[in-house]
Design a protein around this ligand. Structure first.
Ligand code: IMP
Length: 430
């Protein structure tokens, strides 16, 4: 039995969908522990490309897939995902379970997400507009609605009758919007969802712990990335959940002593969507090259991603914050054509001071201190053995590993399942 956590080490979009899909082959159960349909996990198989937003990518391999209590679920979006899976003949009835205590994204959450962003003008976070922040806000304020609250119509009505007047007051007087939410309408809509989802609901902590007790291999699928974590990310330009490995314990009801391995997914360069600090961002042609070669457009919103060089300072912090046991490096093939490749090893502030950690409040004008490496300038897509990788690529990986303080266990040279090299199998399933 092994419990493996997969986390993004940068700002999300590191290629977790592909890696989770690859690692799922050895798993018996795959669980999501945070986030919602703000995520977009792209999986390519049999010449098909599939994007999952909420359902764990494990379902594409017909493995038991669990949406844990720490997620926020938009029922409408989930039904759309069900439809998508039907087209590839995957049975959600057989393979999907949802925590009965997962919080729901309500119609007012989506509206507030957009209105709050508009109200912030230039200071906006650049959210996905899916209602994630407002849903987590209500959860922490103890004003959330969970799947279990949908069971009894009188209980649901009672909760909403307390909550909706406050939401409507905000709409009318703060946002000056004519839109008002109706308790009757929401009760009807969400009771309908309950009927559609009731057979999927379960005590997900019990289910996952039983799998662990039965010596099954469990994979926890992180969404977003370490630097979008609400506690340790580039606040306030973060998402509203704990994206880091520690989030598994609260978000799935699993004790820390059960976790064996934590694999950090590392893009061979860096990208970010939305606003916020990005020390190695490239606003020149090189940024454009990475965006084009790497097809760096958001899987959820289609927004062009900001692109930059690999930042070893950031990933070293991710190794510490997540207790990473190894790294999976993705999108190395995007760098195939480059003569030289840069890697940030520190930053220098305007007063000449050197920083070896990303400060909690990023100072404008900090410039990265780069190391320059020779590129390998040959295609890597069809390479299947570690020993066949070009020497310059292995040197780049070794330096990355040395700087961040964790070994490399997996190397991804393309989007498909088979374009993956495992350099250290002991670091994955025991
Ligand atoms: P929210 O999660 O929609 O509230 O967005 C907050 C921030 O997280 C924004 O900068 C988003 O672009 C970013 N974000 C949310 N989900 C993802 C993701 O799956 N990949 C990359 N960035 C994300």
């Amino acid at each position: 039995m092994t419990c493996v956590v997969i986390v993004g080490t940068q700002w999300g979009d590191e290629g977790k969908g592909k890696l989770v899909d690859f690692l799922t082959e050895g798993a018996d159960l795959v669980a999501r522990y945070q986030g919602g349909n703000n995520a977009g996990h792209t999986v390519k198989f049999e010449d098909q490309s599939f994007i999952l937003h909420l359902i764990p990518s494990g379902i594409l391999r017909n493995k038991m897939s669990v949406i844990g209590n720490g997620t926020v679920v938009d029922p409408e979006a989930l039904l759309q995902e069900f439809e998508g899976l039907q087209t590839v003949d995957i049975s959600v009835e057989k393979y999907l379970k949802i925590s009965e205590t997962a919080h729901l994204i309500m119609p007012y959450h989506r509206v507030f997400d957009k209105l709050r962003e508009q109200a912030q003008g230039d200071n906006k976070i650049g959210t996905t507009g899916r209602g994630i922040g407002p849903a987590y806000t209500d959860k922490v304020a103890r004003s959330g609605i969970r799947f279990t609250d949908l069971k009894n119509p009188a209980h649901l009505r009672n909760r909403l009758e307390t909550l909706i007047p406050e939401k409507n007051c905000l709409m009318k007087y703060f946002f000056q919007s004519p839109v008002q939410f109706s308790v009757d309408q929401i009760v009807e809509e969400y009771r309908g969802y309950y009927e559609q989802f009731k057979s999927f609901l379960c005590d997900s902590s019990l289910l996952i712990n039983q799998a662990i007790d039965n010596n099954q291999n469990v994979l926890f699928e992180g969404a977003q990335g370490t630097f979008l974590d609400v506690d340790h990310g580039t606040y306030p330009f973060v998402t509203s959940s704990n994206t880091m490995a520690g989030g598994v314990c609260a978000g799935c009801g699993v004790g820390p002593s059960k976790i064996d391995k934590v694999i950090g997914i590392v893009k061979a360069y860096t990208t970010r969507v939305g606003s916020g600090p990005f020390p190695t961002e490239l606003l020149d042609d090189m940024g454009g090259f990475l965006r084009k070669e790497g097809s760096e457009f958001g899987a959820t919103t289609g927004r062009p991603r900001r692109c930059g060089w690999f930042d070893a300072v950031l990933v070293r912090q991710a190794v510490r914050l997540n207790g990473l046991t190894s790294l999976a490096i993705t999108k190395l093939d995007v760098l195939d054509k480059l003569e030289t490749i840069k890697m940030a090893v520190g930053y220098q502030s305007a007063d000449g001071k050197t920083h070896t950690e990303l400060p909690p409040i990023y100072e404008e004008g900090m410039t990265p201190i780069y190391e320059e490496h020779s590129g390998w300038q040959c295609p890597t897509k069809d390479i299947t053995e570690y020993d066949d990788l070009p020497k310059a690529l292995i040197d780049y990986l070794n330096r990355m590993s040395e700087l961040v303080g964790a070994p490399v266990s997996i190397i991804s040279v393309g989007p498909k399942r088979e374009e993956t090299i495992v350099s250290d199998p002991d670091q994955i399933w025991a």
